[in-house]
Design a protein around this ligand. Sequence first.
Ligand SMILES: CC(C)(COP(=O)(O)OP(=O)(O)OC[C@H]1O[C@@H](n2cnc3c(N)ncnc32)[C@H](O)[C@@H]1OP(=O)(O)O)[C@@H](O)C(=O)NCCC(=O)NCCS
Length: 114
Amino acid sequence: MQLAIFTKDGELVGGISLHGTDWNTGITQVGYGVGPKSRGQGIAPEAVRAVTRWAFSLGLHRVELRTTLENEASQRVAAKAGFTYEGTLRQAQRGHDGMHDLLVFSFLADEVVA
Ligand SMILES: CC(C)(COP(=O)(O)OP(=O)(O)OC[C@H]1O[C@@H](n2cnc3c(N)ncnc32)[C@H](O)[C@@H]1OP(=O)(O)O)[C@@H](O)C(=O)NCCC(=O)NCCS
């Protein structure tokens, strides 16, 4: 499932997705991107928070977020959206420059504060 991210003024600034959803276990994974001109304004953390709560409202109970070790901006998104770091999958993603370690974060439904 892929969604576009718009500002309140209707400008398209990025996209966010839920993928690898397993309805039996209630687990899904979030992915996102914000256009270069719109970065650094907290757009991705806000979108991740909103989509995570929406996933829980559908009955899912765990949202996973994976990002490479080198992607510090994405790690900041995970932290600002309230995700917990769980561990590192070593050499788990192939990039054009070789294999990359993947950091795994998650947010659980019972961690939502009203
Ligand atoms: C990662 C990404 C989604 C962050 O989105 P965002 O809306 O800019 O998120 P934030 O505004 O919270 O900024 C996150 C971090 O990016 C960095 N950042 C700040 N301004 C920035 C800018 N103008 N350009 C690039 N990075 C910037 C900072 O480290 C910031 O953390 P901080 O707030 O603690 O300083 C965005 O950089 C992006 O689309 N990158 C390419 C795609 C990608 O990596 N997607 C994630 C794959 S797992």
